[in-house]
Design a protein around this ligand. Structure first.
Ligand code: SF4
Length: 313
C-alpha cells in the first residue's frame, strides 16, 4: 500500500472538525466517544455543547451524572455518558486530572475500549498505536480481497501498515478513507489514493460480507399520565439497564391500561433489540416539566405522540 499517497491525500482533504482545529486530549476523547455511535453532523453539535459546559475533565468530575445525561439526551447509547462521567472522576482521583498518554493506561478507564485507547493515544499523544474499527476492517477486506477477515488479521494489517512517525494522522487517514471514499455502499474507487494495491477493487460491494445479527423484538406498554397543567408524570429509570438514569413515563412489558386511551405504536431500534411500544394516555396528578430532565429520544417521541413537544436543550 502506498502509505505516502494516503497520508498526503488525508492532509489535503481532511475535514476541519472542531477537535482537529483546536486539539486537546479531552476534546479528542469526547469526539471519539461521541462518534462511536453518533453520526458526524450530530456528533459535532453534541461535542460543542459538552465542551462548552465541561471545558475540562475536572469540570465534568465536579458535576453530577444527571448534568451529563441532560446534555447527552438525543445522542443515544446513554451508557457512554455515564461511563464518561465515571472516567472524569477516575482521572481526577488516580491520574492527577491528566488523561494518561499510554494505551494500556487508557484502556483501564471506564468506557475506553481498544479502539478508543488507540485513537486517543495516537491522535492526542502521538503514540504508535493502530486503530481498528469498522472502517478499517472494510478497507482491509477490500485491499486484501477477504470476504470475512478475522479480527486478528485486521489488527495485524493495521499494525503492519501503521506509519509510526505520524500515528495520529495515519489512523485518521485510514478512517477518513473509510468514511469518505471506501464507503460501504458506493465506494469512490476512482478517487482512492491506494487503488493501485486494491485486490478487491473488482467487487468492493461484496466486501466484507455483512455480519449476521438477528435482533430480538420486545413489546412494551407505556402510559403517559398527564396532570391538569398538561405535564406528564415522569420517573427516573434505575441506574442500570435500559435507558439507565434517564427519565420517562411508565413503560413495562405488561402494564395495566384500564381507563387509558390508546394513542399509537412506536418502533425503536437499539443495537441488539427492536422495541415496539404501545402508547396509552391517562390522567395523572404529579406531572413535571419534561424540559427539566434528561429523556431518551424514544421517550421524547412517546411524549410527542401524547401531544407534548420537548425540545433538545
Ligand atoms: S480502490 Fe475502492 S475498494 Fe479499494 S480501497 Fe480504494 S475505495 Fe476501497
Amino acid at each position: 500500500m502506498n502509505q505516502e499517497a494516503l497520508l498526503a491525500w488525508y492532509r489535503r482533504i481532511q475535514r476541519p472538525l472542531p477537535w482537529r482545529l483546536e486539539p486537546s486530549p479531552w476534546s479528542i476523547l469526547l469526539s471519539e466517544i461521541l462518534l462511536q455511535q453518533t453520526q458526524m453532523e450530530r456528533g459535532i453539535v453534541y461535542h460543542k455543547n459538552l465542551l462548552d459546559r465541561f471545558p475540562t475533565i475536572q469540570s465534568m468530575a465536579e458535576s453530577s451524572v444527571d448534568d451529563v445525561l441532560h446534555l447527552w439526551q438525543g445522542a443515544g447509547y446513554y451508557a457512554r455518558a455515564r461511563r464518561l462521567h465515571a472516567l472524569s472522576i477516575e482521572v481526577m482521583q488516580s491520574h492527577g486530572g491528566q488523561l494518561p498518554d499510554q494505551y494500556d493506561e487508557l484502556l483501564t478507564l471506564p468506557g475506553i475500549g481498544p479502539y478508543t485507547a488507540a485513537a486517543v493515544a495516537s491522535i492526542a499523544f502521538n503514540q504508535p498505536e493502530a486503530c481498528v474499527d469498522g472502517n478499517i476492517r472494510r478497507v482491509m477486506a477490500r485491499q486484501t480481497n477477504s470476504d470475512e477477515p478475522p479480527p486478528k488479521d485486521v489488527q495485524s494489517f493495521a499494525d503492519q501498515h501503521l506509519v509510526r512517525e505520524s500515528p495520529g494522522d495515519w489512523n485518521q487517514a485510514m478512517m477518513e478513507l473509510g468514511a469518505l471514499v471506501c464507503k460501504p455502499r458506493n465506494p469512490l474507487c476512482e478517487q482512492c489514493p491506494i487503488a493501485e494495491t486494491c485486490q478487491g477493487r473488482s467487487r468492493p460491494h461484496e466486501l466484507p460480507r455483512p455480519k449476521k445479527t438477528k435482533k430480538t423484538v420486545v413489546e412494551y406498554d407505556c402510559i403517559v399520565q398527564i396532570d391538569e397543567r398538561g405535564n406528564p408524570e415522569l420517573h427516573q429509570r434505575p441506574q442500570t439497564g435500559l435507558f439507565a438514569g434517564l427519565w420517562g413515563p411508565r413503560m413495562e412489558e405488561n402494564l395495566q391500561t384500564k381507563d387509558c386511551e390508546y394513542i399509537g405504536k412506536l418502533r425503536h431500534q437499539l443495537s441488539h433489540r427492536e422495541m415496539i411500544v404501545s402508547v396509552w394516555k391517562g390522567v395523572g396528578s404529579k406531572g413535571i416539566d419534561p424540559q427539566t430532565v434528561a429523556l431518551s429520544s424514544l421517550d421524547r417521541r412517546i411524549l410527542e405522540l401524547a401531544g407534548i413537544v420537548v425540545n433538545i436543550p
